[in-house]
Ligand binder design. Structure first.
Ligand code: ADP
Ligand code: ASP
Ligand code: MG
Length: 594
C-alpha cells in the first residue's frame, strides 16, 4: 500500500471551510488506496499574529518562550483537522511534534531535526487512521518545545515522507506550483512543470518563499519527490525531483531577498585567521551569512563585506564589533537598504555568457550593482532595495523566463515511486539519527584557474556588463565572479577566475576596458588554487565556511576569494598552497564525509 504525505500551508487551512476541504482531499486519497499523513500549518496569519503579540510584550522575547508560543498555532490546526475528518465519517488522530517523536537540537526558533520515531504513526496508519501531524515543531532532549524556523512545516512534511518512505510528498499551498519567480512580485512569472532539487534549494534559500529551503535538503538527501500544488484547484502543479525542466536552459528561475543588510569591515589585516575571528562569532549566533566578499588586499589590508537577513543585523553587528576589536580593523559600515537579486540554473555550469547577460539587463535598467557573487549554479547581485522589483523584472525578461523552454520535459502525471540506491541514505533512515546533519560529498582542488582583478572600478551601472561581455566575446569561460564593496566611497573591486590558458587574453581585454572606464589598475595571478567543498545545504549549515577558515588558518593559508552556495563552498588561495590546503580541508571534513 502506498503512502502519501500531504502538507497544507497556512492559507490552505485559514478557516473552517478550508479545513474541511483539506480533510476531503486527504479522505479522497485514502479512498484511492493510500495511507495518508497530513502535515498542517497554523491557520492563516496566526503565526504572524503570535509573533506580534510577543513583541508587544517584549523587544527580545526569550527564544524558548517564542517556541512555546508559536507551536500553539499548529496545535489548533491539527485538532480542528482531526475533527473535520471525523465529521466526514473517517478516522483520524492528531499528533504534536513531541507526540510524533520529532527530536531536534535545542536551537530555539531554528532547531534542526535529529530523529523521528515512526512506530506510533505506522501503528495509527495500519489501524486505518489519517495521521494529522503538527508542522514546524519538535522537542529537544529536555522536552522543551522547539520550532524549525518560519515556513518550517514544509520541512516537517518532507522529513516525515523520508522516514516513512512515502511515495510522494504533496505540498498544498496558495499557488498552483513553483514559478520562475514569485508571482506576487512579477505577474508574468510562469509555472514550471518540474525543477531540480539543486535549483529549488538555491532558489528557496535566495528568497523563493514557496518552499522552506531545508525541506529541499531532506528531499535531495533522501530522494523524496515533492509535488507542489494548489489547495483550491486540480491543476497539475510542479514536481521537485532530481532533474531540471530543461537541460538546455542556462537559467531556470530568479529570486529576490528583499530585506538584506550589507556589513563591511574596513582595513582588516590580511593575515590568516581574520575571517575566522569574524565569521565564527556570527556562526555562534546561528546567523546565516551570504555574499561573503573580500577585496584582494592593498598594503596588507583588505575590506570584508557580507550580507545577512536584515532582521539579523543587530545581532550580527554585535558579533562583528567584538571581532573588529580583536583583529584591529579600521572600522565597520553597514547598509540596511539593500536587496539581493539572483538567477539560478543547473545549465549555467556549462554555458558561458550568463553573467554578462544578467549584468547587461541590470545596466540597461540603470541599476547599480553593489556586490556580486557567483557559484556553479547561481549569480547574485546586491542592489538598492528601491530597485529590487525593477531588477527582478529585468533579469526575468533577459532570460526569457516567462516563455516555456522549447525542449522541456513533458509533465508525466504523478511522480514515479522513489528509489533509494544510496546505502548511506538507507542506513541513516533506519537509524534515524542526525537527519539534518551536515554531509559532505567531496573536497577537491583545481589548479587550472587564474585570477584577474580590477581595482578601483567606478561604482556606476554598466561596468560589470561591459567587462563580461568583452570577456565572453573573447571566448573566455569565466568561473567565479566576485565584486566587493570598497570602503573607499564610490569604488569597487571586481575579481574573476578563468582557465589558466585563457589568462593572457582575459588580462588584455580587461586592461583595455579598465582604461576606458577609468579604473585604477588590473592585476592578475596565474598562481591560484581553487578548493571546493560540496554537499547539501551548506549555506544553511552556518559552520561550513567556518570549518574551512579554521583549518586553512591553522595551516597559515590565506583565503583570497570565497563563494558559497547551498551545494558548494569554494575558496581561492595562493597556488603554492593548493596541495596543503586540500589536505587541511580533507581532514577538517573527514567526520562528515559521506
Ligand atoms: P504556505 O502558507 O502554503 O506555506 P507560503 O506563503 O509559504 O504558503 O508560500 C506560497 C507563496 O510563496 C506564494 O503565494 C508566492 O507568493 C510565494 N512564492 C515565492 N516565490 C515563489 C515561486 N518561485 N513560485 C511560487 N510561489 C512563490
Ligand atoms: N506556521 C509556521 C509559519 O508561519 C510554519 C509554517 O507555516 O510552515 O512560519
Ligand atoms: Mg510556506
Amino acid at each position: 500500500m502506498s503512502l502519501i504525505v500531504q502538507k497544507f500551508g497556512g492559507t490552505s487551512v485559514a478557516d473552517s471551510s478550508k479545513i474541511l476541504a483539506a480533510a476531503r482531499k486527504a479522505i479522497r486519497s485514502q479512498q484511492q488506496g493510500h495511507k495518508v499523513v497530513m502535515v498542517v500549518s497554523a491557520m492563516g496569519k496566526n503565526t504572524d499574529m503570535l509573533v506580534s503579540l510577543a513583541h508587544e510584550i517584549s523587544d527580545r522575547p526569550a527564544a524558548r518562550e517564542m517556541d512555546m508560543l508559536l507551536a500553539t498555532g499548529e496545535q489548533v490546526s491539527v485538532a480542528l483537522m482531526a475533527m473535520a475528518v471525523h465529521s466526514l465519517g473517517h478516522r483520524a488522530v492528531s499528533l504534536t511534534g513531541a507526540q510524533i517523536g520529532i527530536r531536534t537540537d535545542s536551537t530555539h526558533t531554528k532547531a534542526r531535526i535529529i530523529s523521528i520515531s515512526t512506530e506510533r504513526m505506522e501503528r495509527l496508519l495500519d489501524e486505518g487512521n489519517i495521521v494529522i501531524a503538527a508542522g514546524f515543531q519538535g522537542i529537544d532532549e529536555q522536552f522543551n518545545i522547539t520550532t524549525l524556523g518560519r515556513g518550517g512545516s514544509d520541512t516537517t512534511a518532507v522529513a516525515l515522507a523520508a522516514v516513512l518512505r512515502a511515495d510522494t510528498c504533496e505540498i498544498y499551498t496558495d499557488v498552483d506550483g513553483v514559478y520562475t519567480t514569485d508571482p506576487r512580485m512579477l505577474p508574468e512569472a510562469r509555472r514550471v512543470q518540474q525543477i531540480s532539487y539543486d535549483e529549488m534549494l538555491e532558489l528557496a534559500s535566495l528568497g523563493a518563499g514557496v518552499m522552506h529551503s531545508r525541506s529541499i535538503e531532506f528531499a535531495k538527501k533522501y530522494s523524496v519527490p515533492i509535488h507542489v500544488r494548489s489547495s483550491l484547484t486540480d491543476t497539475p502543479g510542479t514536481l521537485i525531483v532530481a532533474g531540471p525542466e530543461s537541460a538546455q536552459r542556462a537559467v531556470s528561475g530568479a529570486a529576490v531577498t528583499k530585506d538584506e543588510a550589507r556589513i563591511t569591515i574596513l582595513g582588516v589585516p590580511d593575515v590568516p585567521g581574520t575571517s575566522l575571528e569574524i565569521f565564527s562569532r556570527i556562526a555562534d549566533r546561528k546567523i546565516t551569512v551570504d555574499m561573503i566578499v573580500q577585496n584582494v588586499s592593498a598594503q596588507g589590508k583588505s575590506d570584508i563585506s557580507f550580507t545577512v537577513p536584515r532582521q539579523e543585523l543587530p545581532l550580527t553587528l554585535e558579533a562583528v564589533e567584538e571581532a573588529a576589536e580583536v583583529v584591529a580593523a579600521a572600522g565597520i559600515t553597514h547598509d540596511e537598504q539593500v536587496s539581493k537579486v539572483s538567477v539560478v540554473g543547473l545549465g549555467m555550469a556549462h554555458q558561458s555568457g550568463v553573467a554578462d547577460k544578467m549584468f547587461r539587463a541590470l545596466a540597461d535598467a540603470s541599476i547599480n550593482i553593489e556586490m556580486i557573487t557567483t557559484s556553479e549554479i547561481k549569480i547574485s547581485a546586491l542592489v538598492e532595495r528601491e530597485a529590487c522589483q525593477a531588477a527582478l523584472r529585468a533579469v526575468h525578461q533577459a532570460f526569457e523566463l516567462a516563455e516555456p523552454p522549447s525542449q522541456g520535459t513533458v509533465f508525466s502525471g504523478p511522480p514515479a515511486p522513489q528509489t533509494v540506491t544510496n546505502p548511506a541514505d538507507v542506513a541513516m533512515r533506519l537509524q534515524g539519527v542526525g537527519m539534518e546533519e551536515l554531509m559532505i560529498d567531496d573536497v577537491s582542488l583545481d589548479v587550472d584557474q587564474a585570477r584577474v582583478t580590477i581595482v578601483g572600478v567606478p561604482d556606476a551601472p554598466g561596468v560589470a556588463a561591459h567587462v563580461f561581455e568583452e570577456v565572453a566575446a573573447g571566448g573566455i569561460f569565466v568561473d567565479m565572479i566576485v565584486q566587493s564593496y570598497d570602503g573607499r566611497e564610490g569604488l569597487a573591486t571586481l575579481s574573476y577566475t578563468v582557465p589558466v590558458d585563457q589568462l593572457a587574453r582575459a588580462v588584455e581585454v580587461t586592461k583595455s576596458l579598465a582604461k576606458e572606464f577609468g579604473c585604477q589598475e588590473v592585476t592578475s595571478s596565474q598562481q591560484v588554487a581553487k578548493l571546493s567543498v560540496s554537499g547539501v545545504g551548506l549555506r544553511s549549515h552556518t559552520g561550513v565556511a567556518i570549518r574551512m577558515f579554521r583549518s586553512l588558518a591553522e595551516a597559515g593559508i590565506n583565503v583570497d576569494l570565497i563563494n558559497t552556495s547551498e551545494v558548494q563552498v569554494n575558496v581561492v588561495v595562493d597556488g603554492a598552497a593548493g596541495e596543503a590546503a586540500l589536505m587541511q580541508l580533507q581532514s577538517a571534513f573527514a567526520d562528515v564525509m559521506r
